[in-house]
Design a protein around this ligand. Structure first.
Ligand SMILES: [Zn+2]
Ligand SMILES: [Zn+2]
Length: 228
C-alpha cells in the first residue's frame, strides 16, 4: 500500500510538473501576439471556461454514477475520491497539492499536446484556437483546486473575490451538490452550466437510458443506491 502510494504521488508530481512545462511551451508559441489580437486571446477564456465547466460536470457525474471504488486502475485514483467526497466533503482540503491536482493535470495533458501539435499559430483564428485550448486545459487541470476552495472556510482574498463574482465555483453554488442524493449541480469549475443542465435533467436522462439499455427487463441500483 505504501509502495503504491509513493508510486501514485510520483505520478501526480510528474503530471503537475509535466503539465506546467508543456503548457508554458505551448503558450510561448502564441508569441509575439500583434496588439489587436491580445483581446481575442483573452476573450477565448470565456468559451473555454464554459466548456471546462460542462466537462467538469460530465466527469463528476460519471465518477459519482458509474463504476466502483475497487474498479481496477481507475477505481482508487479516480472513482474513490469522488465517493469519499460525499462521505467527507472536507477531506479534499486535507489532501496535499499533488493529490488534489495531479489527476486533473494528467487528464488535461492531451489538450496541451494538441496545442503543441497544431501548426504554429500565426493568424488570428489560429491564435484563438490555441488560446482556447490552453485556457481550457488550465481550467480543467486545476478545477479540483477551485472545487477545494469552495469547501474552505478561509481562502486567499483574490480567490474570495473570484468566488463572489461567480468567476469560479462559490461555496453557496456548490452546496446544492452536497444535498442527498448528490444528483444536481455537478459542474465544479465555475457552476455556469449547472442551472441549464439541471433544468434539462440531462445527466439523469442519460443515466436512465444507459440503465434501461443495460438491463431492459428490470430496475437496477445506481452507484448512489437508488433504484432506477
Ligand atoms: Zn459528487
Ligand atoms: Zn464538493
Amino acid at each position: 500500500m505504501a509502495l503504491r502510494s509513493r508510486w501514485l504521488t510520483a505520478l501526480e508530481v510528474g503530471s503537475i510538473l509535466g503539465f506546467s512545462v508543456l503548457w508554458g511551451l505551448a503558450a510561448e508559441r502564441l508569441f509575439p501576439i500583434p496588439g489587436p489580437q491580445w483581446a481575442l486571446v483573452i476573450l477565448m477564456l470565456f468559451p473555454a471556461a464554459t466548456a471546462a465547466d460542462a466537462l467538469s460536470g460530465a466527469v463528476h457525474w460519471f465518477a459519482d454514477t458509474w463504476l466502483a471504488e475497487d474498479t481496477p486502475w481507475i477505481g482508487s485514483w479516480v472513482i474513490a475520491p469522488f465517493r469519499e467526497h460525499h462521505r467527507d466533503p472536507e477531506a479534499i482540503a486535507r489532501h496535499d497539492v499533488w493529490e488534489r491536482n495531479g489527476n486533473g493535470c494528467l487528464a488535461a495533458l492531451p489538450l496541451v499536446g494538441l496545442a503543441l501539435y497544431l501548426p504554429a499559430p500565426e493568424t488570428a483564428p489560429a491564435r484563438m484556437a490555441v488560446a482556447g485550448l490552453l485556457w481550457l486545459a488550465a481550467l480543467l487541470a486545476f478545477t479540483n483546486q477551485i472545487h477545494c476552495w469552495a469547501h474552505q472556510a478561509r481562502v486567499p482574498r483574490p480567490v474570495a473575490w473570484l468566488q463572489r463574482w461567480g468567476c469560479i465555483l462559490s461555496p453557496r453554488a456548490h452546496a446544492l451538490h452536497h444535498r442527498a442524493p448528490h444528483a444536481t449541480a455537478y459542474c465544479v469549475t465555475n457552476g455556469w452550466c449547472n442551472a441549464a443542465l439541471d433544468r434539462l435533467g440531462l445527466f439523469g436522462r442519460v443515466e436512465r437510458a444507459v440503465r434501461r439499455l443495460a438491463s431492459p427487463r428490470g430496475a437496477t441500483r445506481s452507484a448512489r443506491g437508488d433504484l432506477r
